[in-house]
Design a protein around this ligand. Structure first.
Ligand SMILES: Cc1ncc(COP(=O)(O)O)c(C=O)c1O
Length: 468
């Protein structure tokens, strides 16, 4: 039995797979030569591989359109990109090249949309779904958008009071609205009912009393999002069917409803063993909606999704150098990396999220069980278990080897930047790493550029008021 790292991976998983392959002994990610990027830019760095975003949008459309055509479903599929997942201009513009609609979640998102409009990449006919809690400022800006001609802007009410606030807006046409139905949480959750959305007990009366005869608004969408994400579990289908039953009841009272929005939640690959049948689950989603509509005798709605993580998660990676190895007792070897895990992949620390972790070199070395530690002084700044293993295995190395060991966390493109406060104050003042973007030109040739250099000391001291 061999025990070098390559054989471990080769014998445990299908490899190469999904954009991961070894070329001349080093790891390539979607044909990106990461070792080449290290030589060009040094570590640590984040990398965003934009063509992956286009691929994911196309795939999602392919799954839904196939299910729609196979079931002779009469509604259409609408892909909305949810900006909160990754707001960067290069990311949103990449999604817009695929002609997506957008979902907003707060007041500043409207400014973001206005910027895209000013730059000529988002016209007033585009569909926009406004989710989230509607502060006065958010409502005011939604009104501004509508009055500037964005006639397909749909405001999804998160609570019943938002309707009164919306009605204070002065618009020429009725305001298109949606209703978010709140979902029961799964049995392990810390509470029973999601705070997001309107309680099922209230919805029908609310629609009858406040919406159907109200000519200031037009109810066009019912929205629900099962917080666990899309999964083939009893819990998911149970909540899905309960929400569908609400949808058909609402549709009977308010025939103007033309769309059902199932939110986000398509999963992404978080281990080399990941196996999720997107085609099957999409087929089931469409079939369930169709069945509920048939049973209750209502027209089949258009289906909106707001996949965030699925759209951008797999486009991102963070690359580190192992600075030092430290054997703290017989069983515990630490690999200390050149930044902080808490700062760069905060979900790993805060919600125990797993990412694909692979070395970039030394695949012919033997492997060892290790703990990975960041260089902040926080004891929580570590990573030592993977999705399927309660351990992390990486190549062993000796300190006299010429080249350091490099490692990467992959599929980190969703939420990590906003949650870690990109470019802000960092734990232990460890700077945000350099950020590199990789894209393809019209001929399919890859190019890369530095989007942001490593954060400077002045940038951090400015935020902290030392330069005032
Ligand atoms: C309303 C809504 N839509 C979409 C999303 C995106 O979810 P995901 O990134 O899991 O696809 C979220 C996430 O919080 C959400 O709240």
């Amino acid at each position: 039995m061999k025990n070098n790292y390559f054989d471990l991976i080769d014998q445990t998983y299908h490899f190469p797979q999904n954009g991961f392959e070894l070329v001349d002994g080093t790891l390539h990610f979607n044909n990106v030569d990461l070792h080449g990027l290290i030589q060009k830019y040094g570590t640590p760095f984040k990398v965003s591989y934009l063509p992956k975003i286009r691929e994911k949008i196309r795939l999602s459309r392919q799954y839904f359109n196939k299910a729609i055509s196979e079931n002779n479903y009469s509604g259409k599929y609408e892909f909305c990109y949810c900006t909160k997942c990754c707001h960067f201009n290069h990311v949103v513009r990449t999604a817009l090249k695929e002609n997506v609609s957008l979902e907003t979640s707060s007041s500043f998102d409207i400014d973001l949309i206005e910027k895209l409009h000013q730059k000529g990449v988002f016209d007033t006919s585009k569909k926009i779904v406004h989710n989230g809690y509607k502060t006065d400022d958010y409502i005011k800006k939604i009104g501004r958008l509508i009055n500037n001609g964005f006639s397909n802007s749909i405001t999804v009410l998160d609570n019943v009071r938002e309707l009164d606030k919306l009605m204070e807006l002065e618009t020429e046409e009725p305001i298109k609205i949606g209703l978010r139905i709140s979902i029961e949480e799964d049995p392990q959750a810390a509470y029973y009912t999601s705070r997001l959305g309107i309680n099922k007990r209230e919805t029908i009366d609310f629609v009858k009393d406040k919406i159907v005869n109200n000519d200031q608004v037009e109810l066009v969408m019912v929205h629900f999002f099962v917080d666990s994400g899309v999964s083939d579990t009893m819990y998911y289908w149970n909540e899905f069917k309960k929400a569908l039953s609400q949808f058909t009841k609402i549709k009977k009272v308010a025939p103007s409803v033309k769309a059902i929005n199932i939110g986000g939640g398509f999963p992404i690959q978080n281990s080399l063993n990941f196996d999720f049948d997107y085609e099957y689950i999409t087929g089931e989603i469409v079939r369930n909606i169709q069945e509920a509509c048939k049973e209750d005798g209502v027209e089949e709605p258009d289906i909106y999704t707001e996949f965030g993580k699925y759209t951008v998660g797999e486009s991102g990676a963070v690359i580190f150098q192992v600075l030092e190895q430290k054997q703290q007792n017989d069983a515990e070897l630490w690999y200390l990396i050149d930044n902080s895990l808490m700062n760069t992949i905060p979900d790993a620390w805060s919600i125990n999220e797993k990412f694909i972790l692979l070395p970039l070199n030394k695949w012919q070395n033997q492997y060892k069980r290790v703990n990975i530690g960041g260089i902040s002084c926080d004891h929580s700044d570590y990573y030592n278990s993977e999705e399927l293993n309660q351990q992390v295995l990486l190549p062993a190395y000796s300190n006299d080897e010429d080249e350091p060991l490099y490692i990467g966390f992959f599929h980190t493109g969703a939420y990590q930047d906003s949650i870690s406060g990109y470019g802000g104050i960092k734990h232990c003042l460890i700077p945000s790493p350099k950020h590199i973007v990789v894209d393809e030109d019209e001929n399919g040739d890859q190019f890369d550029y530095v989007y942001r250099e490593e954060q400077t000391v002045n940038n951090m001291l400015n935020i902290l008021g030392y330069n005032d």
